[in-house]
Design a protein around this ligand. Structure first.
Ligand code: FAD
Ligand code: 2HG
Ligand code: ZN
Length: 487
């Protein structure tokens, strides 16, 4: 699909001698998947293919170091031998950043999975970069705390991957961005130097905050091996409501009311359009939470410390938005099972949409007023080009919009029967021009990876790009870290 991408001849090709070094350094059969000295195609496959089945690399080597020192030895050797690498966490990224493009070595963090420390007075958790977010959250639940980030891929995404992508997720509205919650980072730079800034301090104004570069750095300047992160107290009272609404105008009114009436207990306000919910229904077969069809749906979550107080507030809110006809219909979860079921209608969208083939994904920050216009315009555009329709003769199946309404973050998804240049050309760069005109962001939370690399200029000025390139060159002068992507 991308014939203009060429392997960079600066990088060496793997030899048996390199493999011997890695085997003797990592000293464990399970730590090396070697497709150089033998055929290991099947074992390598999951590391070469991304979650969307859109990007495929050709690595012949996966390394799974178990300690920061091992990561350091591996990277130092790769740097000296001009071997390109790709850090890989849970491989749940949605911009093709976590898989190789050509034969880059995959460095998987999956064996760096220890919870190092937790202080239940300060709520500060220190973990290896490869700890899976759900495992961290289950651990924190035992200590009445909460991992400050939640997303649909929590069963596979790792904390190092979350930090490397600066993932946003479903509760950013309440708990804020990782740029605030991450207090310290331990990382290995391409030359093997250990960047030791695993601070557990909430406040630390001593010079440039260099760890911020790794948050959202997408593995281009180093490998995150340890993270210290501030975790909030787990709320005793969680309530979830699910509404049907007649228009996007009504969704905005509901959001405004939620902020006014639920302010301090509001922990999520998510938007789903009718098509997204139809996909979840079609794929899961689950009974729909509300009778009838509504053009829009939203999910509201509150988290507080007093069940009675929160329920009273939420009921009052419900009465108000129903009475004023801001929402057409609504349901309140009655127990934990129903909380999970209602969340399933939001969290399950990505998986349901991907069920029929591939998906062109656009993760955009847009001024809230215009958030849904983009979905409508994209739908009109693909319709007018005869590219979207119900039967198999059309490449695209639908145009879907959902997202983190409270963060002004739309997920525009175009599920396709197969990836085609025609559909891609119809949407890109048109969609980025649309965003640029409104001073939005072409990547709100998924990052740049390979998917957005060439469009960064729609977002960042030449001055910013120059500084970014200088930063990359400073940390990674040989360019071995996650090449062909990001910047
Ligand atoms: P990977 O996919 O393995 O890697 C992502 C990038 O980070 C790559 O560039 C990789 O090289 C780099 N990287 C990974 N680990 C390290 C490390 N230790 N050191 C340095 N670089 C590293 N994202 C959101 O923001 N919000 C959502 O709500 C959300 N929901 C999702 C729902 C589903 C169903 C899926 C499949 C994905 C979703 N994502 C979401 C995207 C993805 O889960 C996040 O970006 C996640 O943080 C990636 O973590 P990972 O461990 O899978 O990283
Ligand atoms: C979400 O919010 C994720 O569900 C995934 O960020 C969005 O699949 C997508 O486009
Ligand atoms: Zn999202």
């Amino acid at each position: 699909m991308y014939p203009s991408l060429k392997r960079d001849s600066r990088f060496s090709e793997l030899t048996n001698e390199h493999i011997q070094f890695f085997k003797s350094t990592l000293g464990d059969d399970a730590a090396v998947i070697d497709g150089v000295s033998k055929d290991a195609t099947d074992d390598l496959e999951p590391f070469n293919r991304d979650w969307m089945k859109k990007y495929r690399g050709h690595t012949k080597l996966v390394l799974k170091p178990k300690s920061t020192e091992e990561v350091s030895k591996v990277l130092k050797y790769c740097n000296e031998n001009k071997l390109a690498v790709v850090p890989q966490g849970g491989n749940s990224g949605l911009v093709g950043g976590s898989v190789p493009v050509f034969d880059e070595i995959v460095i998987s963090l999956s064996r760096m999975n220890k919870i190092r420390n937790f202080d239940d007075i300060s709520g500060i958790l220190v973990v290896d970069g490869g700890v899976i977010m759900e495992i961290a959250d289950n651990f924190l639940a035992e200590h009445n705390h909460l991992y400050p980030l939640d997303l649909g891929a929590k069963g596979s995404a790792q904390i190092g991957g979350n930090v490397a992508t600066n993932a946003g997720g479903l509760r950013l509205l309440r708990y804020g961005s990782l740029h605030g919650n991450v207090l310290g980072i331990e990382a290995v730079l391409p030359d093997g130097t250990i960047f030791d800034d695993l601070s557990t301090l909430r406040k630390n104004n001593t010079g440039y905050d260099l760890k911020q570069l790794f948050i959202g750095g997408e593995g281009t300047i180093g490998i995150i091996t340890g993270v210290s992160i501030h975790c909030a107290q787990r709320s005793k009272a969680i309530n979830v409501a699910y509404f049907g609404l007649p228009s996007f105008e009504h969704v905005q009114r509901a959001y405004k009311e939620a902020k006014i009436q639920l302010g301090e207990i509001l922990s999520a306000f998510e938007l789903m359009d009718a098509r997204s919910q139809a996909f979840v229904h079609e794929v899961t077969g689950n009974k729909r939470p509300l009778e009838g069809d509504h053009p829009f749906y939203c999910l509201i979550e509150t988290s507080g410390s007093n069940t009675e107080h929160d329920s009273e507030k939420l009921e009052k809110f419900l009465e108000h938005v129903m009475g004023e006809e801001i929402v057409s219909d609504g349901v309140l979860a009655q127990d934990e099972t129903q909380v999970r079921q209602l969340w399933g209608w939001r969290e399950g969208i990505t998986e349901a949409i991907g069920h029929f083939g591939g998906t062109y994904k656009y993760d955009l920050s847009i001024p809230i007023k215009e958030l849904y216009s983009l979905v409508e315009e994209t739908r009109d555009r693909l319709n007018s080009k005869g590219l979207v329709g119900d039967d198999d003769s059309y490449p695209a199946i639908a145009v879907v919009g959902y997202g983190h309404m409270g963060d002004g973050n739309l997920h525009l998804n175009v599920p396709v029967r197969k990836y085609t240049q025609e559909v891609e050309d119809a949407i890109e760069p048109w969609v980025y021009e649309w965003i640029q005109k409104r001073k939005g962001s072409i990547s709100a939370e998924h990052g740049l990876g390979i998917a957005k690399k060439k469009y960064i200029g729609y977002q960042r000025s030449d001055t910013m790009l120059k500084l970014m390139r200088q930063t990359k060159d400073l940390y990674d002068p040989n360019g071995i870290m996650n090449p062909y992507k990001y910047i």
